[in-house]
Design a protein around this ligand. Structure first.
Ligand code: DGY
Length: 340
């Protein structure tokens, strides 16, 4: 599908994924005469060549989503340096070369805070699904003959979540929201690891206990939940070295970025029973191949990156993105600028 021109004249905004009509109307109202060129697809990503072509033709703003690589070679297509703002409909911005944008005077905006609770809800749901074996249970219900007796004592038994020790790696917005749910709702003891102790945030969580060494946190945790941005330092952070420190009964739940886990090492660690199960809402790559060996393991539960996917939250993310675009094209500071 090509980028569909919606209106002509004045400033041009490239939108790489379908946005709700109400959002497009808001941009038009606030920026009279704007041209919106939208890749009118719900799921299919805009082809790189099309993005390059659009930048060569000249755009003032790009609205993108995770998976669209906004890197230096793409920005160089903007030979006239017309681009002023890149606004991603996500809190994460590892797909954007922020330094390259800054070097060209391009402001970068994202959607923090508004998706914290929705993503935290999903993380807790995935933790429960993994611990209590929802995937196998659903398959048993749907497979003729698999649910063969009315009830049996040990069938599909999983692990309790309540009152367990939870290790949070990165007590940022989402990490703290998950810790809050698990402490106050499930009576879990919260350990956390990160660059520094956060006594104020930790006080409200039990208090949560700061563990300066990541291996030590892994040795003590029944459930490990990383909430790290994807950076060169966190790429494949969870690999063989760290899995060796986990309890054989422990479970790893990843709603951050697929790339922070080394899948090959994970498969080996699961085979060696160095950990009991893996739940993820994020994978490397995305979309995740349906024949990936991880999916053949019953103790792996994978969701298709739906952490922020509630109607209200996605609408709020779109609204923040529009605010970023409008401010950027009016020459104002972005209300939700990345602070990297
Ligand atoms: C984000 O916003 O970064 C999420 O991963 C996508 O909803």
């Amino acid at each position: 599908a090509g980028a569909r021109p919606i209106m002509s004249s004045g400033q041009r905004v490239l939108i790489t994924r379908r946005l709700p009509d109400s959002m497009l109307d808001t941009i038009r109202k606030q920026l009279p005469g704007v041209t919106l060129a939208m890749h009118d697809a719900e799921q299919e990503a805009m082809a790189r060549e099309e993005m390059e072509r659009a930048l060569r033709q000249g755009v003032d703003a790009v609205v993108c989503v995770i998976g669209d690589r906004i890197d230096a070679p793409l920005l160089q297509c903007d030979a006239e340096q017309r681009l002023k703002v890149v606004a991603t409909v996500s809190v994460g911005y590892n797909h954007i070369d922020v330094a390259a944008c800054r070097a060209r005077g391009i402001a970068v905006g994202h959607t923090p805070d508004v998706l914290t609770d929705t993503t935290a809800d999903l993380a807790v749901g995935l933790l429960l699904a993994t611990a209590r074996r929802f995937r196998e249970a659903l398959q048993a219900v749907e497979t003729p003959g698999a649910w063969s007796s009315s009830w049996s004592l040990e069938w599909l038994c999983g692990a309790d979540v309540h009152h367990k020790t939870v290790g949070i790696v990165g007590l940022g917005r989402i990490g703290a929201a998950v810790a809050h749910r698990l402490h106050h709702g499930f009576g879990c003891h919260i350990l956390y690891h990160g660059p520094r102790d956060k006594p104020q945030e930790a006080a409200a969580l039990g208090p949560a206990e700061f563990v300066a060494s990541l291996p030590q946190l892994l040795q003590r945790s029944d459930f490990v939940l990383p909430f790290c941005p994807l950076t060169p330092e966190t790429y494949h952070l969870f690999g063989a070295d760290l899995f060796a420190h986990m309890k054989p009964s422990a479970m790893l739940i990843n709603v951050s970025r697929g790339e922070i886990v080394n899948h090959d090492d994970l498969i080996q660690a699961l085979e060696r029973r160095q950990l009991a199960a893996y739940g993820a809402d994020v994978t490397e790559p995305e979309p995740f191949p349906a024949d990936h060996p991880l999916l053949r393991r019953p103790n792996v539960t994978i969701l298709p990156h739906i952490g922020s996917a509630s109607h209200a939250t996605r609408a709020a993310m779109a609204a923040m993105t529009v605010d970023n675009v409008v401010a950027g094209l009016r020459g104002l500071p972005l209300p939700h600028a990345v602070d990297a």
